[in-house]
Design a protein around this ligand. Sequence first.
Ligand SMILES: NC(=O)c1ccc[n+]([C@@H]2O[C@H](COP(=O)([O-])OP(=O)(O)OC[C@H]3O[C@@H](n4cnc5c(N)ncnc54)[C@H](OP(=O)(O)O)[C@@H]3O)[C@@H](O)[C@H]2O)c1
Length: 250
Amino acid sequence: MTKTALVTGASRGLGRAIAERLAADGAQVIVHYGSNAAKAEETVAAIELAGGKAFAVQADLQAPDGVDRLFDAIADRPLDIVVNNAAMFEGSTVLTATPEEFDRTFAVNVKAPLFIIQRALPLMPDGGRIINISSGVTWFAVPEVIYAMTKGALNVLGRSLANTLGEKGITVNTVSPGITRTDMNAWLDENPGAADGTVGITALGRVGEPTDIGDAVAFFASDDARWVTGQVLEVNGGLLLGPLEPVHHN
Ligand SMILES: NC(=O)c1ccc[n+]([C@@H]2O[C@H](COP(=O)([O-])OP(=O)(O)OC[C@H]3O[C@@H](n4cnc5c(N)ncnc54)[C@H](OP(=O)(O)O)[C@@H]3O)[C@@H](O)[C@H]2O)c1
């Protein structure tokens, strides 16, 4: 039977790659987006062109009624796979952070995933899959403290839910990308040397591409991952594994 997958933030970037890969694996994909209807329709069109099934749903996850709006459109369809991918990044440091930015970012990156999962659970059969998209900023320090805190919260959410939902046969895993080429990382192309700098701290010697993340999500969504839950998988080409040159000089 065809499975249905909800992918939040699937209009662009990693969400689009995740949606396209899950559709290629046979799922009907609900392509959620915030404001970029044209881009969401591009994702749907790409899936359909490849022979898959998808439709787009709009909901602003910063808005208090965002999750209600999303589930009004889902209209009690069974949900086999939920991928919480949508997130925002404003980039304040501790010196510039405001309570408003904190509330906005936590609303989209943490509150929405929790309540999307709450609403999805009654629609999710045994063997359901929940995959949250975190970030390597949970283990390497960055100055953008609010964003990093939201991703730390997602890692904790994943472990807690995996334990709670095990009895329902639902797995919960977290994919933690490194530096991947998307709109969120426009600096990679805008700042001279940024891409080379990233390559220099990545064992596999290139910048990550959205499909690198989509393929990892597809593993957790598949039956092959049936015995894996509560895990965080770093999908980053070996980012910051250590120095590439010997550190001891005679
Ligand atoms: N790119 C990286 O290197 C990287 C690294 C680590 C983790 N991540 C994580 O990977 C995920 C995807 O990142 P990305 O780089 O693909 O981001 P992106 O290119 O900026 O795309 C963000 C997506 O989230 C949606 N979104 C943002 N704010 C929203 C809101 N208020 N309501 C509803 N939808 C909203 C956007 O919808 P619209 O198009 O409609 O605006 C878009 O589809 C995020 O969780 C991010 O934190 C990315």
